[in-house]
Ligand binder design. Structure first.
Ligand code: CP
Ligand code: NVA
Length: 311
């Protein structure tokens, strides 16, 4: 369907707006199916390798449950369990796993690793987060926005905080592809890299979305979605002191919500959250916070990706 059979998901740059919308709608269908208690067999007989160099709650569990719900077998491979990058090259590991598994998920540091796995394994490879991108998270985010706000067009999405991490990069791609206006608010030194901004400007021109990058928190006015992420991503723990100093004025708190001045606004976060840093407890627990719908939707969207690419 839509050219998805056999396709890897290493970044949403490789996906058309039609493919993204199809996956979101398929996830909504699969969620309804699960709610009705229907166990499926859309992935029956498939074996999926789950490689994790970094820790994970949502992504690991989402892949595992999604596999089991539709009849596939998931095999968890922690970084100390396999030779990848220690005793064996990525290229060789890719070719071995590709002979044994129908698909491979990879979470780790380097985007190059997930790209090499996709290049040499001969099976679909899914990026479960790298330093650069987190594409399966974006599908869950778009699904959650569709469920709560109905559509992407004429909606203002504001991402505030560390504007050059994997989430900011991927949200910028996802929003501009599907035609949702996106404002990234971050200190100048933490705005996204110029090359990616140029690429996303091209997507925005095609979809009719607006892309704005600013360091002024007043950019939050009129936001339909306020999104933030941790100030120190996995592997960046040493930067904490410097990030707290830079990002404290960008915290999502009651004053920022008031400044947004939109009674229909929703708050989102990919989780895990560090409460008291990027978001206050008050905002996190507020009725407009949809973070647990978003977390659940990781499973439905990951299931949609596997169903679309493997069956
Ligand atoms: N949002 C997300 O990727 O969560 P985990 O790190 O728990 O997988
Ligand atoms: N930017 C965060 C996302 C976690 C889901 C990290 O990479 O740690």
């Amino acid at each position: 369907m839509f050219g998805l059979t056999g396709k890897s998901l290493v970044t949403l740059k490789d996906y058309t707006p039609e493919q993204i919308n199809y996956l979101v709608d398929l996830a909504i269908e699969l969620k309804a199916k699960k709610r009705m208690g229907i166990r499926g067999n859309l992935l029956a007989g498939k074996n999926v390798a789950l490689i994790f160099e970094k820790p994970s709650t949502r992504t690991r569990c989402a892949f595992t449950v999604a596999c089991v719900d539709e009849g596939a077998y998931p095999e968890y491979l922690g970084s100390n369990d396999i030779q990848l990058g220690h005793k064996e090259s990525v290229k060789d590991t890719a070719r071995v796993l590709g002979r044994l598994f129908d698909a491979i998920e990879f979470r780790g540091f380097s985007q190059k690793t997930v790209e090499e796995l996709a290049q040499f394994s001969g099976v679909p490879v899914y990026n479960g987060l790298t330093d650069e991108f987190h594409p399966t998270q974006i599908l869950a985010d778009l699904m959650t926005i569709k469920e709560h706000l109905g559509s992407f067009k004429n909606k203002k999405f504001v991402y505030i905080g560390d504007g050059r991490n994997n989430m900011a990069n991927s949200l910028m791609i996802g929003c501009t592809k599907v035609g949702m206006d996106i404002t990234i608010i971050a200190p100048k030194s933490l705005l996204p890299e110029e090359g990616l901004v140029e690429i996303c400007k091209g997507y925005a021109t095609s979809s009719g979305a607006k892309l704005e990058l600013i360091d002024d928190i007043n950019g939050v006015v009129g936001a339909d979605v306020i999104y933030t992420d941790v100030w120190c991503s996995m592997g960046e723990e040493d930067s904490e002191k410097e990030r707290v100093a830079l990002l404290t004025p960008y915290q999502v708190n009651a004053d920022l919500i008031k400044l947004a001045n939109n009674p229909n606004m929703i708050f989102m976060h990919c989780l895990p959250a560090v409460k008291g840093k990027e978001v206050t407890e008050e905002v996190f627990e507020a009725p407009y916070s949809v973070v647990f719908d978003e977390a659940e939707n990781r499973m439905h969207t990951i299931k949609a990706v596997m169903v679309a690419t493997l069956s």
